[in-house]
Design a protein around this ligand. Structure first.
Ligand code: FES
Length: 163
């Protein structure tokens, strides 16, 4: 019996199993690095360094190649992400309608800056160049929800809807 505190948490064991299943699914398939990275990111929420090393070993690739791919594509994340992804649009249409004031206030509301994640993993804050709904500018997306025609004073009650 492992001593108390030495056992791997059940959640980690489950994730490890899912990763092994992912490896099995793509075993021997050419060009499997990207789909495996995508699958691993779905399992862990981001790509921990140990997982990248495991992927490199599994695919018999130099770790530098795996890290190179991960850092090249914006879809991959090397740090944990928040449960809620806040995207503030700083595109032209939003800019002319006060997006910079929205962004400044949003940083205060969530307590982190661009590209950062709160310690409690509640929020990740990002800026984007256009969210594709310029008619609603200035716009913020939180997860899949679009919040348009914003004013800084509206942000607190919006942010409070997301745990
Ligand atoms: S510029 Fe902000 S949604 Fe297009």
């Amino acid at each position: 019996m492992p001593e108390a505190g030495c056992a791997q948490p059940a959640e980690d064991v489950q994730k490890e199993k899912e990763l092994q299943d992912l490896f099995a699914k793509w075993s021997g398939v050419k060009g499997s690095l990207i789909p495996i990275l995508q699958g691993a990111q779905e399992i862990y929420g981001y790509l921990p360094k140990e997982v990248l090393l495991q992927i490199a070993r599994e695919l018999k690739l130099p770790p530098s190649r795996v890290f190179g791919v991960v850092t090249f594509y914006a879809q991959f994340h090397l740090e944990p992400r928040g449960r809620n992804i806040v995207r503030v649009c700083l595109g032209t249409a939003c800019h002319v309608r006060g997006a910079s004031r929205i962004f400044e206030r949003m940083q205060d509301e969530v307590g982190v800056g661009d590209g950062e994640t709160t310690e409690d993993l509640r929020f990740t804050l990002e800026t984007v160049a256009c969210l594709g709904c310029c008619g609603l500018s200035p716009v913020v997306m939180i997860n899949d929800d679009t919040h348009g025609r914003l004013e800084p004073d509206k942000l607190r009650s919006i942010v409070n809807q997301y745990e």
